[in-house]
Design a protein around this ligand. Structure first.
Ligand code: 5RP
Length: 218
């Protein structure tokens, strides 16, 4: 089974978490694209969706799903999103698609975060995938110096501007043994919008696509 087929498999399995006629939280990425295709094919009616990116918003609109402003809801029952890395405690690295800030905001108001990924995203310790950090443009160099002092190698994501008008620094070489502490530490630096560690608000359920089928971990 190739990578796309594994994503389609978990996307299909995620449908059972969708509560019909509610507002759904929708993440971003190629796995979420597969999920949205599966959702459209299944014809499950939704009241609307709170989207974590312009990319997913466009796809949802094309499907005829009303986009709901997050300011108009207090809570979502379910948020479905992918990840770049998942550790055994369900801490995540996210932001490979650059949508980390809005993803973190939507995940935070959701009662259940269902993470969908192919099994290659499971790791023992986070940090092999470069950690994305969204920064205000004026703070790029100051934050990069701090990340270097932490032991990381920092690269600005070339030619990329987030949906919020900011930059992404991708940080490789970090061994993230305490994801909660690192998430908090980086997030308190001036100029950081957020970093791609989802440890304070981690996934509740992980659906993993494997050649033998979908593994559900919770
Ligand atoms: C986007 C994300 C994605 O969830 C993450 O990059 C995984 O993407 P894909 O499903 O394409 O592998 O965090 O900001």
């Amino acid at each position: 089974m190739d990578a796309l087929q594994l994503k389609q498999l978990v996307a299909q399995a995620a449908l059972k978490y969708v509560e019909p006629n509610t507002v759904l939280g929708v993440g971003t990425g190629s796995t979420v694209d597969c999920f949205l295709d599966a959702l459209a094919a299944a014809g499950i009616p939704l009241k609307g969706a709170v989207s974590s990116s312009v990319r997913s918003e466009k796809k949802l609109r094309e499907m005829g799903v009303p986009i709901v402003d997050m300011n108009d809801v207090t809570e979502l029952s379910v948020y479905i999103d992918g990840a770049d890395e998942i550790d055994p405690a369900f801490h995540l690295v996210k932001g490979g698609g650059g949508a980390l800030t809005r993803e973190k905001i939507v995940a935070d108001i959701s009662r259940q975060f269902v993470c969908i990924a192919d099994a290659s995203k499971m790791v023992g310790v986070l940090g092999k995938f470069p950690l994305p950090v969204e920064v205000l443009p004026m703070s790029r160099e100051a934050v990069a110096r701090k990340l270097t002092a932490l032991g990381g190698q920092v690269k600005e994501r070339a030619g990329f501007v987030t949906d919020n008008g900011n930059l992404i620094l991708d940080v490789s070489g970090l061994a993230i043994t305490d994801p909660v502490a690192m998430e908090q530490q980086i997030n308190q630096w001036p100029g950081v919008v957020t970093n791609g560690l989802f440890a304070l608000r981690k996934a509740d359920v992980v659906l993993l696509g494997t050649p033998n089928g979908v593994e559900t971990r919770s």
